[in-house]
Design a protein around this ligand. Structure first.
Ligand code: NDP
Length: 298
C-alpha cells in the first residue's frame, strides 16, 4: 500500500496569487487602472466577516483595487439590488461578489441575478451556469475552478476518457465541477443522496470529487487504487482538546491516503484555492471587459 501524493492547495494557491500579481501591472499599463473587485457583505455573520476581510486583504496584496460594501443586516432587498446595479455600472469594478448566505429576508437568487454576468466572478448567475454548460466563455465558480486546477496539476492537462465521480450536486460545487470534468472529456457520474450503492459507483473512479458536507464519509474501501481524490468538504468536528473543534473533510483522509494516488488534505487542499480563483476570475473579467487578451499561464 503506497502513500498518496498530497496535493498542496495552499502552495498552489500561493503560486497562483504570485502569477496574478505579476500579470496585474500589464493590465494596469494597458487599461490605465487596476482590476477592481467589489465585495458586498450584508449583516455581521462572524464567518462571513472573516471571509470578506481575507478576500479584501488578498485582493490588495496582488495589486488590485478592493471595494468593500458593508450593509446592515436589515437592508431591504431593493437597496441591495440598487447597490449591485450601481456596481454593474461602475467602470472601476470588474468583479462583484455578494457574500452568501444573506440574511433570511433577502432573496439570494434575485440578488445574484442582478449581477452583470460579465462581472459575476463567483460564477453563480444562471447565465454563468448556462455558459459553462454550453461551452461558451464565461466565469466559473471559484471552488470548482480550484478543484480543476489541482486535478490538472497532478494528472496533467489531458484528462480525456478518465472516469470521474462527483459526490454532490449543488449549484455551488457539484454541478459546475461535473461540467468542467465533462468539458475536459472525462466520463462523469454525479452521485447524490439518492444514489444507490455509492461505494460501487466511487470504486470505478479515476477522479473522485467529494462535495457533500459529511465528515469522513468517503471510505478507503470505496477508492480505486491510484485514484485522484479531491476533498471539498469542510466539516467542523469536536477535537481531542475539550471544548475545541477541528476541520475535517468528506474523505476519511488517514485511510484513503493509503490507497489513493493523490489526495487533497483538509485544511490546506481545496480551501485555499477559492480566494485565489476569485482573484483569477477578477483578472479574467477585467481583461475581457477592457478588450485585452486573457493572461496566459494559469
Ligand atoms: P450542499 O449541502 O449544497 O450539497 C451537498 C450535496 O451532497 C447534495 O447534492 C446532496 O445530495 C449530497 N449528499 C448529501 N448526503 C449525501 C450522501 N449520504 N450520499 C451522497 N450524497 C449526499 O453542499 P455544498 O455543495 O455547498 O458543499 C459541500 C461541502 O463543501 C461542504 O462541506 C462545504 O462546507 C464545502 N465547501 C467548501 C468550499 C471551499 O473549500 N472553499 C466552498 C464550498 C463548499 P442531494 O442533492 O440529493 O441532497
Amino acid at each position: 500500500m503506497s502513500d498518496a501524493q498530497i496535493i498542496d492547495g495552499k502552495a498552489f494557491a500561493a503560486g497562483l496569487r504570485a502569477k496574478i500579481a505579476q500579470a496585474v501591472p500589464a493590465f494596469e499599463l494597458a487599461a490605465g487602472r487596476k482590476p477592481g473587485l467589489a465585495v458586498v457583505l450584508v449583516g455581521d455573520d462572524p464567518a462571513s466577516r472573516v471571509y470578506v476581510a481575507n478576500k479584501a486583504k488578498q485582493t490588495v496584496e496582488v495589486g488590485m483595487a478592493s471595494f468593500e460594501h458593508r450593509l446592515p443586516a436589515d437592508t431591504p432587498q431593493d437597496e441591495l439590488v440598487a447597490l449591485v446595479q450601481r456596481l454593474n455600472a461602475d467602470d472601476a469594478v470588474d468583479g462583484i461578489l455578494v457574500q452568501l448566505p444573506l440574511p433570511k429576508h433577502l432573496d439570494e437568487m434575485a440578488v445574484v441575478s442582478a449581477i452583470d454576468p460579465d462581472k459575476d466572478v463567483d460564477g453563480l448567475h444562471v447565465v454563468s451556469a448556462g455558459r459553462l454548460a454550453s461551452g461558451l466563455p464565461g466565469l466559473v465558480s471559484c471552488t470548482p475552478l480550484g478543484c480543476m486546477m489541482l486535478i490538472r496539476d497532478v494528472l496533467g492537462d489531458d484528462l480525456s476518457g478518465k472516469n470521474a465521480v462527483v459526490i454532490g450536486r449543488s449549484i455551488l460545487v457539484g454541478k459546475p465541477v461535473a461540467q468542467l470534468l465533462l468539458a475536459a472529456n472525462c466520463t462523469v457520474t454525479i452521485a447524490h443522496s439518492r444514489t444507490q450503492d455509492l461505494a460501487d459507483v466511487v470504486r470505478r473512479a479515476d477522479i473522485v470529487v467529494a462535495a457533500v458536507g459529511r465528515p469522513k464519509m468517503v471510505k478507503a474501501e470505496w477508492i480505486k487504487p491510484g485514484a485522484c481524490v479531491i476533498d471539498v468538504g469542510i466539516n467542523r468536528v469536536p477535537s481531542s482538546v475539550e471544548g475545541k473543534t477541528r476541520l475535517v473533510g468528506d474523505v476519511d483522509y488517514a485511510n484513503v491516503s493509503g490507497i489513493a494516488g493523490s489526495i487533497t488534505p483538509v485544511p490546506g487542499g481545496v480551501g485555499p484555492m477559492t480566494i485565489a480563483c476569485l482573484l483569477h476570475n477578477t483578472l479574467l473579467a477585467a481583461n475581457r471587459r477592457a478588450g485585452l487578451p486573457e493572461t496566459k499561464g494559469f
